[in-house]
Design a protein around this ligand. Structure first.
Ligand code: NAP
Length: 223
């Protein structure tokens, strides 16, 4: 008998990730719903999914995920978890990034920083969550994905990470033209990481580049 496919969705506690879990489980998929709250996430309780505790920005937590997937054949990974904190978000332009504080911030990593350092701490958190996190999760899931054979990976990006759209940015984005540096850079870097991972894994043309739009893996806005 043919087994039903299995998916892992990150950022499953709300928003798009929760909807992925709902729709896949409704179709009969086996769903691992990964989020920081794990089984304590209230939105997951009514769903027929297996909650998994996962912080994609925490290497130890991702290592735990690999262990949780031992023996699982994983057909689909939806790398959906992402952040766009207001503090380094739409109203922050290039001139507001405090580059001189970067090195000090790096040295102070792990300590709570205030004032001018805050934006850089946040920028690092955005990269850790939106770019490095998904690639680390992909690496951790590779054994389970390979066990399934023909697997798929969806790294959820954003139109805001498109370099070509940014080149026509006023027409494309109007009044948020040259802002949101941390989030947009993190998604642009994710796009490149996705393309390279696809090449490494033998996909001749990464699917997010196969579409005529570079934003094929960018969801529409949800309320
Ligand atoms: N919504 C849109 O219009 C839109 C447009 C373009 C792209 N996107 C992208 O689509 C994805 C989902 O967006 P959304 O609007 O559904 O976001 P959302 O409602 O803010 O949900 C984000 C999810 O990511 C999780 N998350 C954040 N940091 C995490 C971490 N370190 N480890 C594990 N999980 C973490 C959150 O879990 P917690 O409950 O633990 O915080 C939450 O489940 C994001 O990657 C976003 O950039 C969204």
């Amino acid at each position: 008998m043919r087994r039903m496919p299995t998916a892992l969705v990150t950022g499953a506690s709300r928003g798009l990730g929760l909807e992925w879990c709902r729709q896949l489980s409704d179709k009969g998929w086996t769903v691992y719903a990964a989020c920081r709250a794990g089984p304590a996430a209230p939105a997951l309780a009514p769903l027929n999914v297996t909650p998994v505790m996962l912080d994609v920005a925490d290497p130890a937590s991702v290592a735990g995920l690999a262990a949780a997937l031992e023996g699982v054949d994983l057909d689909l990974l939806v790398n959906n978890a992402g952040i766009r904190p207001d503090e380094c978000g739409p109203d922050k332009t290039l001139g507001e990034m405090d580059y001189s504080a970067m090195e000090a911030t790096r040295r102070a990593a792990g300590k709570l920083c205030h004032g001018p350092f805050k934006i850089n701490i946040l920028a690092q958190a955005v990269l850790a969550t939106n770019t490095i996190g998904p690639m680390r999760v992909l690496s951790a899931c590779l054994p389970a994905l390979k066990r399934a054979g023909a697997f798929k990976v969806l790294n959820v990006s954003s139109g805001l990470g498109s370099c070509s759209l940014a080149a026509h940015t006023r027409r494309a984005f109007g009044n948020i033209a040259a802002t949101d540096l941390a989030y947009r850079s993190s998604k642009a870097a994710l796009n490149m990481a996705t393309a390279l991972a696809a090449l490494e894994l033998g996909e001749p043309r990464p699917s997010h580049l196969r579409d005529t739009s570079e934003t094929a893996n960018s969801p529409a806005c949800v309320g």
